[in-house]
Design a protein around this ligand. Structure first.
Ligand code: ASP
Length: 344
């Protein structure tokens, strides 16, 4: 029996991987996909058929907003049946946000969506982009008993495949730019690509892909810090349009116990705002019952975000608020893992 050639769609959105120095200003700006393909002739040697689509214009990922995620989700939906897997070339700055958002927007995903990019443009001598792109394509095409090896939204970077909604950009200098502090890698690439099957989420039943494109952006992030003033709190909480707040607290979910801090928070929650507590620490989980400084928040109605990254917490809220659920329903979903984003 001849095995069908896998077909992979590369979606190029921009980012350093496809940038070149502007001859006048010296700054890095995105170039078109043909220039990338020319730098990676190895792409022709794959045993799979590769197609590419480019965003127009291609962008530095610092310019990304939720309308970009909607376009990306729509593109994947449009081409979902035709391809076996997707590779998204994306800037590193907001890659963790985009991968998190897409993980929520694509329900019942049973094909790989692998984000990658690079720290050095693909045209430069020491680029990390080539290896990242080639291995991302290989992972997107990998299958076992004709089922995709990794049917998840992931980030592949510097030899490691991470679950997208567990990932954070942790280094602006090293090639090893991403970490998943609270969940182990799904695969590691050395001489062989070793997949950790027990850690990968496989769909229990094949249900049709469902794409959610309603996102509510009336959310914000409040990082607490020593010296924060009551005026600061007031400025954030009095924003009447705000429906939900991710609060980045200390350690296991702790914050000051002063009345000027807790009382306005409590009132905002009583008015209907959802406040989700995640830790400022790169690793670990929120446990609001551990210290009095956490328990006060719980009593005020703050929800514990477990071991969520702030990126996953923010995009999960945008997604849930977009689904026209009641606050009670949203709180239930915040405590549950929808796409493997938290340990529940
Ligand atoms: N500023 C770039 C971007 O996020 C950085 C990168 O790609 O590494 O698009």
């Amino acid at each position: 029996m001849t095995r069908k050639k896998k077909s992979i769609l590369i979606i190029y959105t921009g980012g350093t991987i496809g940038m070149a120095h502007d001859p006048f200003t010296g700054t890095l700006a995105p170039v078109n996909f043909n220039q990338i393909a020319r730098q990676v002739p190895e792409l022709q040697q794959f045993g799979c058929s590769l197609s590419a689509l480019s965003f127009d214009p291609v962008i530095d990922s610092s310019n990304i907003d939720p309308s970009f995620w909607i376009r990306l989700a729509n593109l994947i939906e449009k081409h979902y049946e035709k391809y076996d897997g997707f590779v998204v070339l994306h800037g590193t700055d907001t890659m963790a946000y985009s991968a998190s958002a897409l993980s929520f927007m694509l329900e019942n995903l049973h094909k790989p969506v692998i984000f990658t990019g690079s720290q050095l443009p693909i045209g430069t001598l020491r680029t990390d982009g080539k290896e990242n792109l080639i291995t991302a394509v290989e992972i997107a095409a990998a299958s076992h008993e004709n089922e995709p090896m990794v049917p998840e939204v992931c980030i592949y970077f510097e030899n490691t495949l991470l679950r997208g909604n567990r990932t954070r950009k942790h280094n602006a200098e090293h090639f090893n730019a991403f970490r998943s502090y609270n969940y182990p890698p799904l695969a590691e690439a050395g001489v062989h690509i070793r997949y950790h099957y027990g850690l990968i989420r496989y769909p229990i039943r094949h249900q049709p892909l469902r794409v959610y494109t309603q996102l509510d952006t009336r959310v914000g992030i409040l990082k607490i810090f020593p010296g924060m003033s009551r005026e600061w709190m007031h400025a954030v909480l009095s924003r009447s349009h705000l429906r939900a707040l991710v609060m980045e607290t200390y350690g296991t979910g702790n914050a000051p116990m002063d009345e000027w801090f807790v009382e306005p928070l409590k009132q905002a929650i009583e008015r209907g705002m959802i406040v989700l507590n995640v830790t400022q620490c790169p690793a670990g989980s929120v446990e609001m019952d551990r210290y009095e400084t956490g328990r006060k928040l719980k009593e005020a109605g703050v929800i514990g975000g477990k071991d969520s990254t702030p990126e996953a917490a923010l995009t999960k809220l945008m997604f849930l608020l977009g689904q026209k659920l009641t606050n009670e329903e949203i709180k239930i979903y915040l405590n549950k893992s929808l796409r493997g984003e938290i340990t529940d």
